[in-house]
Design a protein around this ligand. Structure first.
Ligand code: ASP
Length: 373
């Protein structure tokens, strides 16, 4: 099936009161010409009167409104992917958790995700929150392959404190032991929970809640593939309970009205001589993230190409290829304006640079943002 990645939103959003029967109930009571119709009206009036009495005792129970943005991935089934409505149909129990509205952003395997689609998603989330003060939270379904990149960009770009929860799956819905429906229902539970405000964008699989800032896909097939190495999960879902054990100490949000997608990530290996850096610059990269050795070691030949890249105005961030701990940049790198990626891994630093260059931030500002993370 061919999918036009850049087609406009195909929104199937439906206002909650229409979906959940208020309008239908009133229509059903409208046939006053019949005895049955009159009885219906009388019954409805009695129900409303009882409801009014009840309302004086306790506030009416309304479920939180959560909006689902579907983007594709294994959670929606691979070959013939489910749309947002199909995903909701997998979890009938959600009717006890939230009032759900639906929207399809795209329907792709996430290996085909691009910074442009990621930015469009983040922009849409900001719009949705701005348009509806009553919206409790947003669930995004996404493939696992690039989930950590999209979730982190959304974390950086969406300022609103209401939860954005990404759900994904390692096993498609057609498999008997699929993890998708459970992860999706958990995502609704988290997004509907008032306790998770101001925790940034989150990712849930395998009953765990991870911060977008820390999470990483660490295994190709395991259902426990999503981990937050050196940080741990934010919390977990236990049945219908959402338990948040910690909250990210700081949130960094970047005021970017655009992005700069031409940012490449290059990992140094034994024998690296800088030709990949040169090739990236020659093909038009505006930013480069280089995963360097250990605490920040860079062979001289590589440093020469970094200098040349800087001389051509390319923004350069160093991270450590160990994917744990803080990189340190030396005097030479500092002197030519290389930014330290701090404790960010290369994938995360790349998303930050995509947003920061889109915001036209200078090196000092980019460094200030990274140092807080
Ligand atoms: N190919 C899938 C993707 O869209 C893998 C997955 O979702 O687990 O990333």
């Amino acid at each position: 099936m061919s999918v036009n990645l850049l087609r406009p939103y195909t929104s199937s959003a439906v206002r909650p009161q229409a979906r959940y029967g208020i309008i239908t109930a009133l229509r059903g009571a409208g046939s006053m010409n019949t005895e049955r119709g009159r009885r219906s009206v009388a019954a409805l009036a009695a129900t409303l009167a009882l409801a009014a009495v009840g309302a004086t005792r306790s506030a009416p129970q309304t479920l939180p409104h959560v909006h689902l943005l579907a983007t594709g991935g294994t959670i929606s089934g691979g070959e013939q992917p489910l749309d947002a409505a199909g995903l909701k149909a997998l979890i009938p129990e959600v009717s006890q958790v939230a009032t759900v509205t639906l929207e399809d952003v795209t329907r792709i395997g996430s290996s085909r995700m691009t910074p442009e689609i990621q930015f469009r998603l983040a922009t849409r989330i900001t719009e949705l929150f701005a348009a509806d003060a009553e919206l409790a939270g947003i669930v995004v379904t996404h493939g696992t392959d690039t989930l950590e990149e999209t979730a982190f960009l959304v974390d950086l770009l969406v300022k609103d404190e209401r939860p954005v929860v990404f759900a994904a799956a390692q096993r498609p819905p057609r498999e008997t032991d699929t993890d998708g429906p459970r992860n999706l229902l958990n995502a609704f539970r988290i997004a509907a929970s008032p306790s998770v405000r101001a925790a940034g964008a989150m990712v849930t699989l395998n009953d765990e809640i991870h911060a977008a800032r820390d999470v990483r896909k660490t295994h190709a097939i395991a259902v426990e593939a999503f981990q937050s190495p050196w940080a741990g999960p934010l919390g977990y879902v236990d049945g219908s309970r959402v338990v948040l054990k910690r909250r990210p100490a700081v949130r960094v949000t970047i005021p970017a009205a655009a992005i700069e997608p031409k940012v490449d990530l290059i990992t140094l290996t034994a024998g690296s001589d800088g030709h990949l850096i040169q090739a990236a610059v020659d093909s038009g990269a505006k930013g480069l993230v280089v995963e360097v050795f250990g605490r920040g070691n860079v062979p001289p030949a590589v440093m020469d190409t970094v200098k040349a890249a800087r001389a051509r105005g390319v923004a350069v961030v160093f991270t450590t290829r160990t994917r744990g701990g803080r990189v340190e940049i030396d005097e030479t790198a500092h002197g030519i304006g290389v930014v330290s990626g701090g404790a960010l891994d290369g994938l995360k630093a790349r998303m930050l640079l995509i947003a920061a260059l889109g915001a036209k931030a200078d090196g000092a500002t980019i460094q200030k943002w990274i140092d807080q993370l």
